[in-house]
Design a protein around this ligand. Structure first.
Ligand SMILES: [Zn+2]
Ligand SMILES: [Zn+2]
Ligand SMILES: [Zn+2]
Length: 182
């Protein structure tokens, strides 16, 4: 088997696809979202502990704001929602926190939206492929190990050294397909 560089060298759990084939990576319309937030924060604590980093108050709050929804938020949205506790808003602090969280693989940048989404769970190929719903803005992160290997092999054919890749797939999520609409 070809070696495949996942985007995430830091995942505390062994690499395995985060989604079984056939299971939707999109959350069910009415799911226990509190659990998503709790798990996301627990994973962040664990990741930081493994890498001897600190989930500071700023970092934690930015992550929590992103975990609030399965949709990406821009830096300015975060800036507006951030609780500055009477201090003057400091955009640089938001950017630093985002950059840290991205490096840790806890949030991912969605280039087409110029925004960030909280990681929905590590797995092989995690952080490399995103399904972006153009209707409701929901973003899902399917396990993409097979696709990663395909891209690796494709690059290999042309003597190109594959380091990393990001793919954003635009379309409609299952819920929007069900409820119809344009
Ligand atoms: Zn959720
Ligand atoms: Zn992820
Ligand atoms: Zn949708």
């Amino acid at each position: 088997m070809q070696r495949f560089d996942s985007n995430d060298p830091t995942a505390p759990t062994p690499s395995k696809p985060s989604v079984r084939s056939g299971a939707s990576p999109f959350p069910a319309p009415r799911h226990d979202h509190e659990a998503c937030i709790t798990e996301g924060l627990a994973r962040a604590e664990e990741t930081c502990r493994c890498r001897q980093e600190r989930l500071t108050e700023n970092r934690r709050q930015v992550l929590e704001l992103l975990l609030a929804e399965h949709r990406p938020a821009g830096a300015y949205d975060i800036l507006a929602r951030f609780d500055w506790k009477g201090r003057r808003p400091a955009p640089a602090q938001i950017y630093r926190a985002l950059s840290f969280l991205e490096t840790m693989g806890l949030v991912h940048r969605i280039a087409s939206r110029n925004a960030y989404v909280a990681c929905s769970g590590p797995g092989e190929g995690h952080g490399t492929v995103f399904l972006v719903c153009e209707q409701c803005g929901m973003v899902a992160e399917p396990g993409a190990a097979d696709l990663g290997r395909t891209i690796h092999e494709l690059a290999d054919v042309f003597g190109f050294e594959h380091r990393t890749h990001t793919l954003e797939v635009m379309g409609r999520c299952p819920e929007c397909m069900l409820t119809g609409g344009a």
